[in-house]
Design a protein around this ligand. Structure first.
Ligand code: TYM
Length: 340
């Protein structure tokens, strides 16, 4: 029995963040902190989605820098590079290769129904490119290559995982079992952190108004200022209700993410207090969370050699795993074997 448990393979996680902007407290709440919590129970692959970032025009020097920033931020947030594989998506060519095969199994209608595609094509109406349209298919390739069982993401990625599941099932049905059908892991708290000034809209790194967004690289003063100016509601009550009090509810969520306290405990702690007192408590909590992350990040970024060697090891480990799946897929669809 003990032996059996020992031999049992850990289940697999894959997840990632685009390197199209700086990492926000939303990324932390919806994704990274859950990766950190799950990392020792699973075999984990965490990547920077730099190919996905290209769906929107990027400044090349900034994109290269941010790709490294994202990896450093993962470690600064508590991902252990000794036990998880950290890598850059474009370093493993199997992602683009499997995406092509999956393109041939995806209906145009399926992609055009994706909420994020609809939103992004409105936001970037000067550049509605095929990459933006096929974006969820590349994401499906990311996940299916590693035979991931679980994909921890924020709420906005749920529809993309649903598509991934459909593609896996379709392929498995058409040929024979090939891909693990993954489950999303959407956290009960913090799956959708909202904008500070417009709390009915998701907090987004690319928001033109930077006061809406808390970045993990923000200084203590900047964090305090953004929270102080956050839009609250007309009432006085500090209690969670997204419908009645979206602004306060968003701050309660941030407080909960930063401290691990339940909503009920936060409400009790601030019962009878003013919005201003609550905001200053929230600012302190968020600063206590972010300041050490920022410190570790700065330290890691001052040692580029370490990060580069880590990316090399990560790319090799990821490529070996991805190649196994891709070879199976190539064989099943009828591509001829590469002469050795
Ligand atoms: P991206 O880069 O937009 O966001 C990365 C992760 O952070 C979560 N997130 C949030 N969670 C809570 N509140 C917010 N305001 C918030 N903003 C972002 C997202 O839900 C996501 O989990 N397509 C993906 C990246 C990707 C990926 C993958 C993810 C590429 N391949 C494979 C998982 C598996 C994306 O654009 O996420």
């Amino acid at each position: 029995m003990v032996q059996e448990q020992k031999n049992e393979r850990k289940k697999t996680i894959l997840s990632g963040i685009q390197s199209s902007g700086d990492i926000t407290v939303g990324h932390y709440a919806g994704a990274i902190r859950n990766w950190a919590a799950l990392q020792h129970q699973y075999e984990c692959f965490f990547m920077t989605a730099d190919l996905h970032a290209l769906t929107v025009r990027q400044e090349p020097v900034a994109l290269r820098k941010r790709t490294l920033d994202v990896i450093a931020m993962y470690i600064a947030c508590g991902i252990d590079p000794e036990s998880s594989v950290l890598f850059v998506q474009s370093h493993v060519s199997a992602h683009a290769e499997l995406a092509w095969i999956l393109n041939c199994f995806t209906g145009v209608g399926e992609c055009s129904r994706m909420t994020q595609f609809k939103e992004k094509s409105q936001q970037h109406n000067e550049n509605v490119n095929v990459g933006l349209f096929a974006y969820p298919i590349l994401m499906a390739a990311d996940i299916l290559l590693y035979q991931a069982d679980l994909v921890p993401v924020g709420d906005d990625q749920k529809q993309h995982i649903e598509l991934t599941r459909n593609l896996a099932e379709r392929f498995n049905f058409h040929y024979s079992p090939t891909f693990t059908v993954p489950e999303p892991f959407i956290p009960p708290v913090g799956a959708r952190i909202m904008s500070l000034q417009e709390p009915t809209k998701k907090m987004s790194k690319s928001d033109e108004n930077q006061k809406n967004v808390i970045f993990l690289s923000d200084s203590d003063d900047v964090i305090a200022g953004k929270i102080r100016r956050a839009v609250t509601d007309s009432g006085t009550e500090i209690s969670y209700s997204v419908e009645k009090r979206p602004g306060i509810s968003n701050l309660i969520t941030l407080y909960g993410v930063a401290t691990g306290m339940s909503f009920a405990a936060i409400e009790e702690a601030f019962s009878g207090k003013t919005y201003s007192e609550f905001k200053s408590g929230t600012a302190d909590a968020v600063i206590n969370l972010i300041a050490p992350i920022r410190g570790r990040f700065t330290q890691l970024r001052s040692e580029p050699g370490e990060l580069e060697s880590l990316m090399k090891t990560g790319a090799e480990a990821a490529a070996a795993r991805a190649r196994r799946t891709l070879s199976k897929v190539y064989k099943k669809v009828g591509l001829t074997e590469r002469p050795r």
